[in-house]
Design a protein. Structure first.
Length: 225
């Protein structure tokens, strides 16, 4: 069981609202969509810790065939001998609900889509907290880093899913374009570092492939904060 919260303020931010007056009817629609999201989302997740070797810009997952070329990921993992690979999905039912709303009411469709995206991020945070509780107390986690961040290409989605046997474990697979199916899903890599080392993240908005459409930036945040 995974506990998560769909934050209404984050939903509004994804919808582009920043301190504007909002009608009672819109508030009600958002509340209805949040409730529907809770009803339709079936959280599923999996994660596993692997030994890694970093020789920038190459990250090799030891004892597997996975080799990742990413300067940004290698900087994130530069002090890590182990890393956690994770995958999660909100399931197919919420996608079906979003698609159904697209035929009936585009406003509700857009709002429900935003609710589902906020839910997926909240689920990722919850999985990350669970991982943090399980590692030895002398270690801590870096921030999580997903395909599509910086120069960590979407082309590695398939390799990450195979690494975790995610299609069998949680029904998650990837299309030719690197888009996860179901769409409200997330994969990520998290480094494990000794607490004595002052290193938790490496990322840069300037080189990020999705900087123009980044939901974090719209909220005045970054993926590493």
């Amino acid at each position: 069981m995974l506990s998560y919260h769909i934050d209404k303020a984050s939903v509004l931010s994804r919808l582009g609202y920043v301190n504007q007056e909002i009608s009672d009817s819109l508030h009600k629609t958002i509340d209805d969509c949040i409730a529907l999201s809770y009803a339709k989302i079936v959280p599923a997740f999996t994660y596993q810790t692997f030994l890694v070797h970093v020789a920038a810009p190459i990250v090799t997952v030891k004892n597997t065939a996975v080799v990742i070329s990413s300067a940004d990921l290698s900087r994130l993992l530069k002090y890590s001998q182990k890393a956690v690979f994770m995958a999660l999905s909100a399931g197919g039912a919420i996608e079906q609900a979003i698609r159904a709303e697209s035929y009936r009411d585009m406003t509700r469709c857009v709002i429900l889509d935003s609710c589902a995206s906020v839910a997926a991020e909240a689920m990722a945070n919850a999985v990350e907290q669970r991982i943090a509780q399980e590692i030895d107390e002398q270690y801590r986690l870096t921030n999580r880093f997903s395909c599509g961040y910086g120069d960590f290409s979407l082309c590695y989605q398939g390799a990450l899913l195979q690494l975790l046997n995610a299609e069998k474990q949680i029904g998650l697979h990837v299309g030719q374009s690197g888009i996860l199916q179901p769409k409200k899903s997330i994969t990520a890599v998290i480094g494990i570092v000794d607490k004595s080392i002052d290193h938790t993240h490496y990322a840069t908005c300037a080189t990020c492939a999705i900087k123009e459409n980044c939901a974090y930036r719209k909220e005045g945040k970054t993926c590493f904060n």
